[in-house]
Design a binder for this molecule. Sequence first.
Ligand SMILES: *[C@@H]1O[C@H](CO)[C@@H](O)[C@H](O)[C@H]1NC(C)=O
Ligand SMILES: *[C@@H]1O[C@H](CO)[C@@H](O)[C@H](O)[C@H]1NC(C)=O
Ligand SMILES: *[C@@H]1O[C@H](CO)[C@@H](O)[C@H](O)[C@H]1NC(C)=O
Ligand SMILES: *[C@@H]1O[C@H](CO)[C@@H](O)[C@H](O)[C@H]1NC(C)=O
Ligand SMILES: *[C@@H]1O[C@H](CO)[C@@H](O)[C@H](O)[C@H]1NC(C)=O
Ligand SMILES: *[C@@H]1O[C@H](CO)[C@@H](O)[C@H](O)[C@H]1NC(C)=O
Ligand SMILES: *[C@@H]1O[C@H](CO)[C@@H](O)[C@H](O)[C@H]1NC(C)=O
Length: 893
Amino acid sequence: MFGTRPIPLQCLAVALTLHLAVIAGEFFKPFNVSYDHRALIIDGNRRMLISAGIHYPRATPEMWPDLVAKSKEGGADVIETYAFWNGHEPVKGQYNFEGRYDIVKFVKLVGSSGLYLHLRIGPYVCAEWNFGGFPVWLRDVPGIEFRTENAPFKNEMQRFVKKIVDLMREEMLFSWQGGPIILLQIENEYGDVEGSYGEKGKEYVKWAAKMATGLGAGVPWVMCKQVDAPEYILDACNGYYCDGFRPNSYKKPVLWTENWDGWYTQWGGRLPHRPVEDLAFAVARFFQRGGSFQNYYMFFGGTNFGRTSGGPNQLTSYDYDAPLDEYGLLRQPKWGHLKDLHAAIKLCEPALVAVDSPQYIKLGPMQEAHVYGKNIHRKGETFTWSGNKSRCSAFLANIDEHNEASVTFFGEVYTLPPWSVSILPDCKNTVYNTAKVGAQTSIKTTELSLPLSTNVSVLQQLPSQDEVSPLSENWVTVKEPIGAWGDDNFTVQGILQHLNVTKDISDYLWYMTRVYVYDDDISFWEENSVEPALTIDSMRDLVHIFINGKLIGSVFGHWVKVDQPLQLMQGYNDIVLLSETIGLQNFGAFLEKDGAGFKGQIKLTGFRNGDINLTDSLWTYQVGLKGEFLKIYNVAENETAGWTDLTLDAIPSSFSWYKTYFDAPVGMDPVALDFRSMGKGQAWVNGHHIGRYWTLVAPKDGCQSSCNYRGAYHSDKCTTNCGKPTQIWYHVPRSWLQSTNNLLVIFEETGGNPFEISIKPYSTHIICGQVSESHYPPLRMWFHPNFVKGKISASDMIPEIHFHCDDGHKISSIEFASYGTPKGSCQKFSKGNCHAPNSLSVVSQACEGRNRCSVRISNAVFGGDPCHGTVKTLAVEARCVPSSNIGFSAQKQ
Ligand SMILES: *[C@@H]1O[C@H](CO)[C@@H](O)[C@H](O)[C@H]1NC(C)=O
Ligand SMILES: *[C@@H]1O[C@H](CO)[C@@H](O)[C@H](O)[C@H]1NC(C)=O
Ligand SMILES: *[C@@H]1O[C@H](CO)[C@@H](O)[C@H](O)[C@H]1NC(C)=O
Ligand SMILES: *[C@@H]1O[C@H](CO)[C@@H](O)[C@H](O)[C@H]1NC(C)=O
Ligand SMILES: *[C@@H]1O[C@H](CO)[C@@H](O)[C@H](O)[C@H]1NC(C)=O
Ligand SMILES: *[C@@H]1O[C@H](CO)[C@@H](O)[C@H](O)[C@H]1NC(C)=O
Ligand SMILES: *[C@@H]1O[C@H](CO)[C@@H](O)[C@H](O)[C@H]1NC(C)=O
């Protein structure tokens, strides 16, 4: 079933259905996985594999089928995920494999979709995930040191890894059992920290490798970024580019476990974008230079629901600028351009797997070809090739980031744009160039502007405000007490470490003490015009400081010194510190020692007789918020919480809970809450914790007005959102909503206006495309059996433009269409000197009222040549609306 020839989607679906009917409960005919220096060998065949990273807990199980289907449609063969220990074992010995943590269901879904799975157990996963995936109870195991030669750690790690491997085997999910799992991973990027552990680190690597392979999983294990991975473990590359990567043994294939196709963001950060032309270049270069397995980290990033985001200060959104956006919709043109790339690579697969290494041909100072094929002959500087067409494929690269190049290859001339790779599956015809995007662009309902994901300038157009209406006009509120609120408060001498007390069951820990201030000190401050101050040697992530019940200051940072001026009165003064975590540290050595909260001494400075040392004072502690522990966000009404009606004059108010009921927007589109009127806090919908929110603003400067894909990418290269809150939209999965009467509960720390919270269905509302008549023929034609026989007609090879609204949506109107020499870019198109007068009617006829459509780019379609001798382009802007709205919106024209 999985031969080396690509199989059209429909055939695969039929084959799979038949197959499932034959062997119930198995996804594939059992097969073995091995490897040689060229590739993974799946059921006896070398394979070139495209993998899509999706982390199951960053979506809901209801979203998984669509995400996997869109990955497959985009050309993925494999789904890659971590296993999330702290989600699966929140309390030592108590496992959770339910809901978003139903890993068995996820793996089975991947299998039933006909895809393979790479399961990266870790169990350290980093992943911008809370504590890098470690359960917080692990810190309390006596004598433990993480990720090193340490018996207590090794025992716990082995127990969890074995638990997962055993579970997968019991469920028959390994390839040799007919399941989808072809690869596993132990540890994760340990090479980055190994040096910190000296000899013990090296011993630990050997132990981890041996332990993993001893579990009898029967498929190969990977260690990524691990140059000293043992002979029997694959070492793999993570990065923006991995074409230069070579494993530590000639017997191992070249694997790329994390191709960073975007980047993550922290609260107060800019939004990074990786242009798809550069991403496609990196992937093409990888396969060009001998790579055989490439995974997008992430293909779908999703959402850090609840308190799962890592630290320091990882955002709730884990969108990652991935080909599937946070809500699971296609990000275009990223998804479409990669889909075309994958199809081109698949066309080359027979040639790529047929030889042990490519033939290298220098084409120019910064231009080179790699040719996969037999019967390539060299005569001096000239190469000729004679042989089976489907057994020769070539990649032509121009790594010059400034200039286009013309190169001669097997006697033909090829033009290569700067920083691009052309793919020639038959060593003759270019079917794809990484810098020439034919896929549509799309703009979503919540986007203020076109994202910088490609070579277009940022538009400053706001979405029309008429679509925004307040979520609710009826809110109730209750104040959160400042300081101790429950019988479990306790008093001890000294400063306890935040995590030692909270065990991370809450972000919040109250520290309370009391100091006596004498008249002498008051007069000392008055006479000298000085103020006392509270100092903390070192603090993470955030502290709110209250004196006598009043908030006087807040400090946010990562192990920063706190020096807060304050005013005290004669007599007793209550000092209350609210220490907060915003995601526990997820990377670096010695995570178990990192902790949170305060380090060093806490003092009051500026007193007549010197500083007052509070480090050894009596402190009273209270974990968490009263509302959190009463679970006042749950659906069950709790009148005892003391809710009162909220009036406009009572806001904005800090340390308050707010509650309302709302109706879900009609339809099945994903839904987003707009929290731009709020400050910082957490929110729950129908008892589901949708995550932390914060309107912390990104720096004013450092964003780019346009993004040049050429040249090496780094995460600061193409950023947007300067001077705006990093995140204002928060995903509420549809499956958490009912049509009416949804409960929203918010805890707000710093003050905000809930009356301005709004909700919006999230969908693609504008799509654009621009393809010239000199673009490549439709990729599917190269797969056509008649093509191989040389029986494809010229008209079948005419380039096409494709449009696609989200599922359940249709094209309501064509806002712009011009076949000729149109100018500008999406949302800014205008006609050029050459324009076919029927452009709009041709495109409208082909597309209006449809979910998908395509238009051929040729004179015949547009009633003749509007300007002879000029290369024509078709540019189109269309509007998508939910299918049910079509009648209403069509009147607009
Ligand atoms: C996989 O390999 C094992 C061990 O070599 C062998 O016993 C088994 O038959 C193979 N299974 C398949 C499906 O090839
Ligand atoms: C060329 O290679 C293809 C793919 O491996 C094969 O199916 C075909 O029979 C070969 N043709 C010739 C003439 O060898
Ligand atoms: C990309 O941007 C550059 C510089 O702004 C411009 O010269 C070039 O024409 C653009 N390319 C495309 C394909 O829009
Ligand atoms: C703090 O705990 C003590 C008992 O340990 C209790 O008497 C007191 O009422 C608690 N304080 C608050 C504010 O609940
Ligand atoms: C916190 O707990 C760890 C053990 O989990 C202990 O080693 C450490 O000393 C404690 N730190 C403080 C400040 O209490
Ligand atoms: C404050 O108290 C701590 C704990 O007893 C002690 O280690 C530290 O030296 C004291 N600081 C000063 C400035 O006396
Ligand atoms: C309601 O609040 C009371 C205390 O105010 C608490 O004991 C009880 O558990 C709460 N009930 C629910 C269902 O949350």
